[in-house]
Design a protein around this ligand. Sequence first.
Ligand code: ADE
Length: 421
Amino acid sequence: MVKEFDVANLDFAPGGKLRIDWAEQDMPVLRSIRERFEREKPLKGLRVSACLHVTTETANLMATLQAGGADVVLAASNPLSTQDDVAASLVAHYEIPVYAVRGEDNQTYFNHLEAALNHRPHMTMDDGADLVSELHKKREDLIGDVMGGTEETTTGVIRLRAMAKEGALRFPVIAINDSQTKHFFDNRYGTGQSTIDGIIRATNILLAGRVFVVAGYGWCSRGIASRAHGLGARVIVTEIEPVKALEAVMDGFQVMPMIEAAKVGDIFVTATGDINVIDRRHLEVMKSGAVVCNSGHFNVEINLTALAEMSVGAPKLVGPHIEGYNLKDGRIIYVLGEGRLINLAAAAGHPASVMDMSFANQALGAEFMVRNYDKLQSQVYTIPEDIDREIARLKLASMGVQIDNLTAEQEHYLNQWQEGT
Ligand code: ADE
């Protein structure tokens, strides 16, 4: 048993192990990588500090890295996303030091990052770039040992690209999010389904007939809008990018500025990655009873400070993930999951079947980094296309789906330019 860790309660471990095994059944691609890693040990001796949501799916990724020979530690990437039974099982059954307690305060969250960095990583594995950011801001002494990192999510990739642009990034990072087998599936179908799942688990609200406002029309928001529409909601999309807004219009959604949507919406979900997308002026015109929540990485998209200032007294806990803010003008506005990722705060995050591909990218990204770090610059890289396509091939095979191959004639046709009409 590992000596150093911080989890809620080791007694939760048996339940966690059952759920980790359940998720594993739906992660065939990661399983095949784990089997190969067991034989080949491509990560032998590699110290990995991971900062990811501590879920059943992440546990399977940790086991895969460990099978490859890595020495792994894990810290939570969000104070509200940790599944305490999984954290306990990783310590008790896998001997992986975990620093994650559901509901931890901000100070504990950062102490946990520090604990993960004390592992002196050769590689970082981030979801939101907090680990890389802390490493560069506070633990520069450790940077010399780091060959590179991987980053799971859109928000983290944006932060890292900003670091690289400024010349601040000091090692290469692979943007897992940019793989096609990540964002087309995890962001769209994973966030789509799990966000709706979080809203329904928190509220048991009927979506049919409700005005459902989605802020943003990136891959996550596209998934949320399409799933809400599928349940009969009347969906409004807000955007700042004309091309995305046009796409939302052509996908059949109403598009309007948030200040207009705010007046008519029943349920609001933000998934933009930006700050104060629902701001004081929007909260001021919302209907009484409106429900607001966030599915973006950080809890900055809803201006909760303004909402608290507009309220009388502290918000009232209506249910485990619902707080009612009583406003001075008599209205009440409900916030779900403290404005943090609703799919992980009130539900179990993305289903294993999509995390299978995201985490196959993580595992193969780590292997790619080990093999290639000396050829890479301190920049943000996308995983090579052949790895991305191989993950899709493996996923299709696991689903029993076959596809066509190009004939020699077709291959030739695609590689020439003389033949036209
Ligand atoms: N991000 C969203 N869903 C997740 C999950 N199930 N596990 C890890 N990270 C996630």
